[in-house]
Design a protein around this ligand. Sequence first.
Ligand SMILES: *Cc1c(COP(=O)(O)O)cnc(C)c1O
Length: 457
Amino acid sequence: MPERQTIIEPFKIKVVEPLPQLTRAERARELEAAGWNLFLVPARRVTFDFLTDSGTTAMSAAQWAAMMIADESYAGSRSFEALEATVRRVTGFRYIIPTHQGRAAEHLLFSMLVRPGSIVPSNNHFDTTRANIEQLGGEAVDLVCAEARDARSAAPFKGNLDVERLDELCRRERDRIPLGMITITNNAGGGQPVSLANLRAVAEVYRRYDIPFIIDACRFAENAWFIKRREPENAKRAVRAIAREVFDLADGCMMSGKKDGMVNIGGFIALRSDAWVPRLRSGLILTEGFPTYGGMAARDMEAFAVGIDEALEEPYLAYREAVAAYVASGLERIGMPVMQPPGAHAVYLDAGALLPDVPPASYPGQALVASLYLIAGVRGCEVGSVMFGKHLAGTFVPAARELVRLAFPRRVYTQAHMDYVIEATAEVVAGRGDLRGMRIVEEPPFLRHFTAKFAPL
Ligand SMILES: *Cc1c(COP(=O)(O)O)cnc(C)c1O
């Protein structure tokens, strides 16, 4: 194909699904019924579902075809061999422990390694990763670099881990650190990538202190793509070669197939050495299943095996980056403040900057989420004081930032959909003066963002 400016969707559509289209009055009724909590709105009443990129992928014809020839044998399934062969080829790790999704892999590995008082460093731990460490009495320590804190900075690798602080922590606390991690891309930090230079430096620190290095590899393909795009010395390398070099730096990885596995469910632990394998397999049998399927049906393993290779195709990755960049620049153009630079899987809107007169205690992010749904039919996710704010001894402690995440399902929406979203969001921006914030009328004791009920102020 000749070089052109326009980055096209690198697929044709074979199977389609109707897009729910509602009137504004219908959406107003849905909001009312759901207590202004978008988690409580049925998906069939959402036009553009940007709640998460996790497990929402549209599968390819090749994946569906592979599912049809799956071998559902309990033991020694050929479909496990297919997944194992792909993971070995892509990562170089020899031992593959299949799980039903990423958090099951975390639970299995941490149950073996983490004790009360353990410390597990990373750039930023994803929330299930942190919860699994803390539930075992360990401490999940975030050591993301300083640039990550500046929402407007366009630094290319805001997912990097602060190597100096890592070194200092390892020196001081070596005996309390059963494993060291890094998340690529850094989901909790806005989907920001980690550079190859930083990955090498992190691996060197872990090696020097003899700490096993395990990568949270959920978006390893997107991270490898950003290394190619943003780290000049890697510009001419194949994404596969970059991804392989990243894995070569580590002792193993955990992965949720619901991200760059391009499947709706699935996960694994992959390891270079067999030292932990017998104990992990015993745990696996107890909680997930036999070692040749873990928590997956064979058809899921087949689709996963094909999906890992599809996620590494460069036209796909170029399109994936382009979607987020296009939406981010389109939204900035109509006056919506967006965190920079955009990653690949999501765009983060800065509700605090859009609604400066709405204090964190009135949840500007939740007000924006509701307005995006009402006006544009978009379901986003508040990542601010509803999710992270706390009441400590009677005082409200807000989150560090009031954000709204629009995460993009893989291969699901087209550029026309995104154009509509940008156009409709202009109306949200124009009407921002009417948004006064939200109050919580009902909340559960834990993880309130899933089920709390709100009312507009
Ligand atoms: C999604 C995710 C997980 C957990 O995976 P699940 O399949 O949702 O259990 C872990 N780490 C990161 C970075 C993720 O994005």
